[in-house]
Design a protein around this ligand. Structure first.
Ligand code: EPZ
Length: 419
């Protein structure tokens, strides 16, 4: 088990390159199940979740090899249709193999992902949509057992906006018989990136980037080469870090339009932000102004920025509120930040923040991916040295975070812990 050790108080200065998006790469990898041809994905981040998906795809008959961010995937030999519990429990995004398995093989046995630190994370909307397309689904022994010789197109209205739900059903529909219409579909850039790949493979998807997506089923799909979009959550996390440390950071290789809502809120907090093409510069404010935030599906303020923005507001000059509307338990970072001297109070789905002058270092523990990021940000500004335990959460979603922070002048290192 590792911990990250951070000496607080240094402004981040310099430039960093944004990695490929974890939440785009995972569904793109699952799309390899839809074809017998080769898929080449470039700009794939080197993360634990990517390794986990490679392991899962291998069990399903897709062999993959990764070199310098270039991932080649190809079906070889017998295909499997079962996604086992011991892999799925490590990564909920494994549920993304359900749609493509059903579409390609007509059957799938996928372990139920179960909940996680931020909420129950049900998949009822995924299953309801597949049943509308003709799948027979039974939940037995903790597994989803789904069968359908050939899915048929249907009109599906999602009760809630669901990112992986939209991705799963889009992948099920591309090989279905007839037309599928998805209403109230997710608008996240990762959904658009998946649709772009599927269309390059020969799918017929229209309306991408809107809440109504139309998919004309085809009989088979070919291979393709595709570059993964930049990780907007990594980019936003570093933007908040630059603002919080009153630094001056240039981010390269991001898509500024993917972080518009966050950019607006950081400007309201006093940051100076200029962007052109795939470059964005953020100069942190001398005084951080309090700003109220409410999370929402894209293009609203992303829930994946909520914990990090809470850390920023904990050292703002005044009171603010942050309302979490997507997940029911995404405040695991709050007690840890309070141990560092923050004054945060959770009231239902809102956290009320009284900004303090400075946080104090303390040994703290990461609980989930984005909460861990918020603790790293807090460590960057806290007085003294902060130890953050259970950093494996961070490694799931941030490529070499301490290397990137060191490049920006932070005093941060990883250390082994013998528990
Ligand atoms: C995706 O999760 C992301 N993960 C999450 O990022 C992100 O926080 C989330 O979207 C919201 O933007 C990946 O893309 C791999 P949802 P997902 O289905 O698809 C409810 C990270 O930090 N819901 O959009 O699982 C659900 O409980 C991760 O990288 C149902 O009720 O989220 C939640 O309240 C964390 N039934 C809301 O919808 C369903 O069948 C949105 O969930 C599906 C979802």
């Amino acid at each position: 088990m590792d911990k990250i050790v951070i000496q607080g108080g240094l402004p981040l200065k310099g430039r960093i390159k944004i990695s490929g998006s974890k939440n785009a790469a995972l569904p793109l990898m699952a799309a390899s199940l839809l074809t017998d041809s080769k898929l080449i994905l470039s700009h794939v981040p080197s993360l634990m979740d990517i390794q986990t998906m490679m392991r899962l795809l291998k069990v399903l008959g897709i062999h993959s090899s990764m070199m310098f961010g270039r991932l080649a995937l190809q079906a070889k030999g017998r295909r499997g249709h079962e996604a086992p519990y011991d892999i799925v429990r490590k990564m909920r995004a494994s549920i993304l193999v359900l749609g493509p398995l059903l579409a390609k093989l007509g059957k799938a046995r996928v372990s139920l992902p179960g909940g996680c630190a931020i909420g129950a994370r049900p998949i009822n909307l995924h299953l309801k949509a597949l049943e509308a397309m003709g799948a027979k689904i039974k939940l037995e022994e903790g597994y989803v057992n789904a069968v359908c010789p050939r899915l048929k197109g249907a009109r599906i209205v999602f009760d809630d906006v669901t990112v992986t739900g939209t991705e799963n059903i889009m992948m099920a529909a591309v090989l279905a018989k007839g037309r599928t219409i998805l209403e109230n579909a997710a608008l996240e850039p990762e959904v658009t990136d998946l649709a772009d790949l599927l269309n390059h493979m020969g799918a017929k998807i229209a309306g991408v980037g809107t809440s109504t997506i139309e998919i004309e089923g085809v009989d088979d799909l070919g291979g393709a080469s595709h570059t993964v979009i930049p990780d907007r959550i990594e980019a936003g996390t570093f933007m908040i870090a630059a603002a919080m440390t009153r630094g001056d950071v240039i981010l390269e290789g991001l898509n500024p339009s993917h972080v518009d809502a966050l950019t607006q809120k950081l400007r309201d907090a006093g940051a100076t932000i200029e962007s052109n093409g795939s470059r964005l510069r953020l100069i942190g404010p001398r005084e951080i102004k309090p700003v109220d935030v409410k999370t929402a599906p894209f293009p609203g303020f992303a829930t994946d920025f909520q914990a990090q923005f809470t850390a920023l507001m904990s050292v703002a000059n005044g009171q603010s509120t942050i309302t979490e509307t997507i997940f029911e338990n995404r405040f695991m970072h709050v007690p840890e930040l309070n141990r560092m001297g923050a004054q945060l109070e959770v009231k239902g789905n809102m956290v009320v923040i009284k900004g303090v002058e400075r946080l104090q270092s303390a040994p703290i523990m990461a609980s989930d991916l984005r909460a861990s990021a918020s603790l790293v940000l807090a460590g960057l500004v806290a007085k003294g040295v902060t130890d953050i335990h259970r950093v494996y959460h961070i490694d799931r979603g941030y490529e070499s975070i301490e290397k990137k922070l060191r490049r920006l002048g932070a005093k941060v290192k990883r250390a082994k812990v013998r528990y």
